[in-house]
Design a protein around this ligand. Sequence first.
Ligand code: ADP
Length: 638
Amino acid sequence: MRKKQFKTESKRLLDLMINSIYTHKDIFLRELISNSSDALDKLAFRALTDEGVGLNRSDLAIDLSVNEIERTLTISDNGIGMTQEELENNLGTIAKSGTLQFREDMAQGEAEDTPDIIGQFGVGFYSAFMVAETVSVVSRAYGSDEAYRWESSGADGYTIVPAFRATPGTDVTLYLKASTEEDDYDKYLDVFQLEGIVKKYSDYIRYPIRAEITTSREKARDPETPADAPVEYETVKELTTLNSMVPLWQRKRSDVTDEERNAFYRSAFSDYQDPISCIQTSVEGAVTYRAMLFIPGRLPSDFYARDCRFGLQLYSNNVMIMENCPEMLPEYFRFVKGVVDSPDFSLNISREMLQQTGQVKKICSNLEKKIKAELVRLQKEDFETYLQFWTAFGILLKYGVVNDYGVHKDFLRELLLFPSSTQDFPTSLADYVSRMPEDQPYIYYASGRDVEQIASLPQAERFTAKGYEILCLTNEVDEFVLQVLEKEGEKYFKSIDADDALPETDDEKAENMAKAAEHEAVTSFMKEKLTGRVFDVRLSGKLVSHAVCMTADGPISLDMEKYFKALGQNGPNMTARRVLEVNPDSQVFTVLAAAVKDGDTEKAERITEILYSQALLIAGYPLEDPSAFSDMVCALIQ
Ligand code: ADP
């Protein structure tokens, strides 16, 4: 029979499994059991929505059986099964997004230590090839009379032929590899060893995982037998359930180890890293529910992909009723994974109903508060971990502040961090305020590429000189965030570009006005020359040792304009009114003023152009004509 070939990606993963030197090969069993459990879930779910499925949930089970002579281990389930086409599609190619992720990380060299990654990651069906020479899958799909056998001995492909199975379900049979000095595969023929592996990795599976265990017991006595006759024993095979079947979230928090929680997270939510935090909660009363929520430690690589699935898993009395329910969490907490189990969820609940019922709303708002409390705790008690979280997901919280007309701003403000000109790590707003010197009137901020660039802005000098800290806004949404928040405690936010950022005394005001009048001719000259390029040219009180800077007049700052531009919007309300500010005490200004006064227009124009170009450069804009700029500088030097 002609063998079909695996798809390229599948083949690569398969090779990896076949040649795996991984010491914890045991996890293949967890993977196959978890597939069976999913298949049972799917059938149980079908029964909820389709009355034709006459199902007794207590019949659903996963059976392990061994044949020592053939050296096979079979994992059977009476779940949803697979059609011929599904066998082809599901086992001939990589279906799972998580598996794809695994491959990508391997390609990026992120997973340098491959064997460990295999252990932590749900690699699925192919892990069977870590322990088996040949894998045979006989499956009959629910609702079909036909069964098929998929078989493969690894890299050279697979075959699919008609087969027989009396009832719907799937049997995965592993023809175990021969044991070697290093690797013992015979242990998978020993039911007690299998029991140990099941207890370790799959205890929480909600369906019975059974095996026939041979035990010896007292033989039933013949009533005739004299009472003092010796007790006789017989050996019997008994179908025994190996797992406790209690899902983790139904157990007391203190009865679940971190290792169990992490393993559950990794396998149920396809991550190869442990979560940074687990929130377990149980409420009884007007609403009753149990939840186990996880905060992942990294941004999933498909997080921003259109088909990325968010949301919590919903259970009602241990039956999974919805696999991804994003409606349970606000948009800004959509990175949270987990399970909510409540008898208050009706079994055939729809998304729309979820949003309407009061009890569900109550659960949602409780969960939201729990998540926030946990994040606040991390920020206070384990800042390093919080920073890891913030780096991955902080941006969602910022958008959470800005979106929905700012209604969530006060809920989220505590969680926000911003880089600061004086701190090694991003700071919370409350911490910034607590460090403010008494005379500091505002919380200062500036926008730019990074902390270094912002700290070296000419207009930052006056603030640093006074010992004032500057929040560095390096993300395009940051200014909008501060605009929505308006203030922290009693202190308002203020851009260091604002004319009133540092209050002036009356004397200073008078002096500045006098200076402005004195140099009117120079600023008018510059403004004339730069018509259409700047809104205004002003003498600046913001500069100390530098000659120029670019600021904006009005509500749209330079960085907001950049943001709008990036979005492809440049309407009249989305452009900044650029102001070129010059330092009247700088030497170059003195030279310029003299040129204007002496009527040396050519020189005055050249200096104006150079100052304008410099201001553009400092503010992070490209020059309109770099080579002309360079020529002008050279001409001046000569
Ligand atoms: P994953 O389970 O992560 O999707 P696998 O490679 O383990 O990836 O399995 C691929 C697919 O094969 C599954 O998604 C499922 O559709 C199907 N499958 C595997 N085992 C079974 C089973 N015992 N019963 C029904 N379908 C199964």
